[in-house]
Structures are given as structure tokens and as C-alpha cells.
Design a protein around this ligand. Structure first.
Ligand code: SF4
Length: 377
């Protein structure tokens, strides 16, 4: 399901200055009026996010896409799996558009449908029963379809606790795709021992753990990760604490277990934004998530000290493929009556994926906190 088509942009767009592009985007949006809605993920750069009608994490944007009944066009400034979910949740006569078809997600690519189907079959042969599959929003539509057809559900970093509770009310264990860290961190916060969460590696024989491990498991963790959040380490936390004794560490649950254990608070991007918004002036924060969000928070709250946990720019390079030039290109094509870069999930895949997404949206979970300690300031 990886996007592969790529259309080079015309020079009439690439030759524009940033300011000319900004003005033409505003003008194209004005011409399209209520026919278009532009959704922007928190990890997008400022020059893109400033044009968004709604911003949010993948959960909030999925809710927003589902609520769009009037707009003919949903321009999704995020990555491919988000646009797929938006296409599934919107009506047939609405078009979801991804400004750059190369905006994928390395984590989503770590769970290939054939590998997941093989793993499921092997687990069944092992006698590992009553499994409820869960897939993180950051997965392809094919994986969501697989999960939906087997009585499973989609989760986000904002509702993983609620989703796991939902799964445990229906089965003995969860099979969690594709982010091992979100699953492990959430499971641990819910009191599940680490040895009850074996890893399933698609590269190892029979997943890599023993049959007994899988039979005793509460959560089977798919071996996937986010390459951006893997750049944060517990050593970063130690060094920052040594240099700034008052600093508080705020991490995303896609970070490794060690980082999450060392952090003061852990939660989704919506949660991170809320913590900073409600924090007192003068407070010091190091945030373990994508650079553009950290940078924007530092700009929005200049009376707090806000830095990246790693000290370097941990940016999502695929998210960053959406830029003003390709945004302008898709919008001006819409003005001319042409729909380019439309994301379409085939009906046979959309059906199961819709089931999994609807089960999640029915939970109405929001801003789950994986770990919280009340600030002493
Ligand atoms: S930050 Fe990580 S999980 Fe999110 S889109 Fe980028 S690679 Fe995927």
C-alpha cells in the first residue's frame, strides 16, 4: 500500500518565493471556499500548518474527517495512512487528497499484510487462543481491514488504554500492531508484567519467542517502531536532569520503555500540548517527540523553557514531504476542477477497516495519559 506515484511539480510553482506561495495558497483556498477542508497533523511544518482549518493528532484528525459532510475535498497534510483512514471515514462523493504521495510512514511499513496473516495463522496453530487484534492508527488500510474482520479495533496514542481495556473485555490477550513501544508502555502502565508481553518478529522463526510465552501472553507485540521516537534515549534524560534539576520530561509513548520510565509524564501529542498549555510560566520542559511540534510549542509559549529531549532536530522526514509547493499544486488543480493525488482505499479493504475504525470512534477516548506525575511547581 506504499504510495509510489510521483508527479514532478511545474516550474510555475517551484520558482515561486515562500511568500508568493503563501499568498497563492490563501487565494486558492478562498476560491474553493467551503468545498475544501484542510487538515494538518501537529508534526507538519509551520508554513503548512498555518493554512490548516483543523489541526490535531491522528485520532483527532480521524474524528474531524468523519465529521466532514459538506466539503467535497479533504486535503490531508499528514502521511499516507492518515489519508487512507480519512478516505474510509468520508463519503464516496468526497475526495481525500495527499499533497505528496511520498509522504509515508516507516512504522506503518513495518507491518506487511502477508507477514501479519502468517503470524496469525502460526499463533492459531500454536493454540494461542482468544486473541483480539489491535492496530495502531499508524498502519496501512490492509492491516486495519485484517483487524476489523477479526473482531479487532484501531487505537491511537490518545486512547490506547481504553482500547486495551476494550480488548481484554472480549478476549484473553491482544495482538498489537505495529508499534511495540506504545503497546509495551501502555501495557506496563496498566500493570501487565513485561514477561507477559512477548515480541513477535516477522523475521524470526515462529515469531522468536517460545510457544509457552505466547500462550501465557496478555499482549503480543509486533516488532515495529517509529524511527523518529527511537532517537530519544534514557541518557538524554539523565544528562538534562543533571544540567537542569528543575526540568520536567514529557515523552510520547512511541519512545522506548527506558525513556518512558525515566520521563515525568507520557502521553499523546494532544496530551503534550495540553500539559504545556496548562504549565506555569517559568517552567522548564524537555519534550520527546517530533521536532516541529516541539519547536511550535516553544514559539507559542516563550515564557516557558521548552527544548527537544535529544538536543537535535528529530523530525519526521516523510511528514516533512508535505510542503507549501505541493499543497499549492493540489489546491490550484482543485480550483481548475482537477483532483490530483486522490487517496482511494479499495472497497473490499475499506469494509473491514471501517469496522475497526468505527469501534475506536465509538469509544470516544481522548488524550490518554500513559504516565502522569503532578508537577511540584
Ligand atoms: S513520526 Fe514516526 S510514526 Fe509518526 S508518521 Fe513519522 S515515522 Fe510514522
Amino acid at each position: 500500500m506504499n504510495p509510489t506515484t510521483y508527479t514532478p511539480l511545474p516550474e510555475s510553482i517551484t520558482a515561486l518565493s515562500p511568500e508568493q506561495m503563501r499568498i497563492r495558497i490563501i487565494e486558492a483556498k478562498r476560491k474553493l471556499g467551503s468545498e475544501v477542508v484542510l487538515l494538518g497533523h501537529h508534526y507538519q511544518a509551520d508554513e503548512v500548518i498555518c493554512h490548516a482549518d483543523a489541526t490535531g493528532d491522528s485520532f483527532k484528525l480521524a474524528q474531524h474527517a468523519a465529521a466532514q459532510k459538506d466539503a467535497r475535498y479533504v486535503v490531508f497534510c499528514g502521511v499516507h495512512f492518515m489519508a487512507e483512514s480519512a478516505d474510509i471515514l468520508t463519503d464516496e462523493d468526497q475526495s481525500v487528497i495527499l499533497p505528496d504521495m511520498g509522504a509515508g510512514c516507516s512504522m506503518a511499513d513495518m507491518a506487511e499484510i502477508d507477514d501479519v496473516e502468517d503470524a496469525w495463522e502460526i499463533l492459531e496453530e500454536m493454540g494461542v487462543d482468544e486473541i483480539i487484534p489491535i492496530t495502531y492508527m499508524n498502519s496501512t488500510a490492509a492491516i486495519k481491514d485484517f483487524v476489523g474482520r477479526r473482531g479487532g479495533i484501531v487505537c491511537t496514542s490518545g486512547n490506547a488504554v481504553k482500547v486495551l481495556e476494550w480488548a481484554f473485555a472480549r478476549g484473553k490477550r491482544a495482538f498489537f500492531l505495529p508499534d511495540q513501544h506504545l503497546a509495551r508502555n501502555t501495557g506496563h502502565a496498566m500493570g501487565i508484567p513485561l514477561d507477559a508481553m512477548p515480541l513477535w518478529s516477522p523475521y524470526a522463526t515462529q515469531g522468536g519467542a517460545s510457544i509457552e510465552d505466547y500462550r501465557r501472553s496478555r499482549i503480543i507485540l509486533w516488532q515495529g517502531h517509529c524511527s523518529v521516537h527511537m532517537k530519544f534515549t534514557a541518557d538524554h534524560v539523565r544528562r538534562l536532569r543533571a544540567a537542569h534539576p528543575e526540568i520536567r520530561i514529557l515523552a510520547h509513548p512511541e519512545c522506548s520503555f527506558d525513556v518512558v520510565q525515566a520521563a515525568d509524564e507520557v502521553g499523546s501529542t494532544e496530551y503534550i500540548r495540553r500539559v504545556i498549555r496548562e504549565s506555569p510560566p517559568g517552567s522548564e520542559w524537555a519534550i520527546g517527540t517530533e521536532y516541529h511540534l516541539v519547536h511550535r510549542l516553544a514559539q507559542d509559549y516563550p515564557d516557558r523553557s521548552i527544548v527537544s529531549l535529544s538536543g537535535i532536530q528529530c523530525a519526521c522526514s516523510t511528514m516533512y514531504r508535505i510542503d507549501p509547493s505541493n499543497l499549492l499544486w493540489v489546491l490550484e488543480n482543485l480550483v481548475e476542477g482537477r483532483v490530483v493525488n486522490r487517496i482511494r482505499v479499495p472497497d473490499d479493504i475499506a469494509e473491514g477497516a471501517m469496522l475497526a475504525l468505527e469501534r475506536m470512534l465509538a469509544l470516544k477516548g481522548d488524550g490518554a495519559v500513559v504516565k502522569k506525575q503532578v508537577a511540584q511547581c
